[in-house]
Design a protein around this ligand. Structure first.
Ligand code: SF4
Length: 322
């Protein structure tokens, strides 16, 4: 009995969290290989892959916006350690069967199709385009998932979009959270949207990529042994110009892969030290949801130039008392 009390005390104290904090892996890295202006040049690809092996990266998400960058994707996948789960996130879904064959043969594990809705008039076309692309990928033998960025257009039509997505046969459906203060999205809107998504029987795994959602879904957000948001601890992002960030949204520069090896940046960059030393303030530390939510998304606070010890600006629990 006494030993159980000691273990409980140890777990509550958070000391175990500190002990685990700077260990490498499990680690998810995302890399934006191309956009309309930049490409990660071929000469850096081998170095990035070597570093990822040393860092024991286990999931890589490659983002591609420019179809001309596919040769870069093939080269990258070829050099990546075979143990890494390889996800390709694509916005432009105009691919051919030939391209999908090459992707499957190259060792791609999952295709993540991004449903980006920019105007209400566009919704039906975009959904039809998505259905066609899913069919092509699935027929081509590639595991397929759908990612839906939650913007004001999607939130306005969420019911009907969910009903259509329910009938599309994919491995997984993910929702990426709204950017802070864009389109006037409030914490109440977010609460309603996450509640609706959680209650909707989609018939497939559904992930809401927002630590705040764990208050509704009960799912853990990232490894629970971290004392706050996992950015820079179990995730990292590389931009097309080579800049390394703690995650896709937290724009604290941690170095550049053109100047230093990625594994050296991961080990001791000043930006990552700063992010890893973040602790939650009193409100979050005492909150009943802290073990799931971890204090919410720090990128939102950073974007608003607010103290990163504060609760997430979209947290309905603290701002609306819900
Ligand atoms: S107060 Fe902090 S820990 Fe609690 S739900 Fe809000 S952001 Fe999460």
């Amino acid at each position: 009995m006494k030993s159980l009390n000691v273990i409980n005390y140890f777990l509550k104290s958070g000391v175990h969290k500190m002990l685990f904090e700077n260990l490498s892996g499990p680690l998810r890295v995302s890399i934006r290989l191309s956009d309309s202006q930049n490409n990660i040049e071929s000469q850096y690809i081998q170095d990035i892959c070597n570093s990822m092996k040393l860092m024991r990266v286990n999931i890589i998400t490659m983002q591609i916006y420019d179809p001309n960058a596919y040769p870069l994707i093939f080269e990258f996948i070829k050099l990546l350690d075979c143990k890494i789960h390889k996800i390709l996130s694509v916005q432009n879904t105009n691919f051919t069967e030939n391209l999908l064959d090459r992707l499957r043969e190259s060792g791609l594990d999952t295709m993540a199709l991004v449903l980006r809705i920019t105007s209400l008039e566009d919704i039906q076309n975009k959904l039809q385009e998505l259905k066609n692309s899913v069919k092509l990928c699935v027929d081509g033998g590639i595991k397929t998932s759908i990612v839906v960025p939650l913007n004001s257009g999607v939130l306005t039509e969420l019911d009907s979009i969910l009903a259509i997505l329910k009938d599309i046969n994919v491995e997984k459906l993910s929702f990426s959270p709204p950017e802070i203060n864009t389109d006037g999205i409030s914490s109440e809107t977010v609460l309603d949207a996450y509640t609706l998504i959680n209650a909707f029987n989609m018939g497939k795994p559904v992930i809401i990529q927002d630590p705040l959602a764990s208050k509704i879904t009960g799912q853990d957000y990232g490894p629970t042994f971290f004392p706050s948001c996992p950015a820079g601890r179990s995730m990292l992002h590389i931009e097309t110009d080579g800049t390394v960030y703690p995650c896709t949204r937290l724009k604290v520069s941690c170095g550049n892969i053109k100047e230093r090896a990625l594994h050296d940046i991961w080990k001791d960059s000043e930006g990552l030290k700063q992010i890893r030393s973040l602790r939650n303030g009193e409100t979050c530390s005492k909150c009943e949801h802290i073990s799931n939510c971890l204090g919410g998304c720090k990128a939102r606070l950073y974007k608003l130039n607010q103290d990163m010890k504060l609760p997430d600006p979209l947290c309905w629990h603290v701002h609306k008392g819900v």
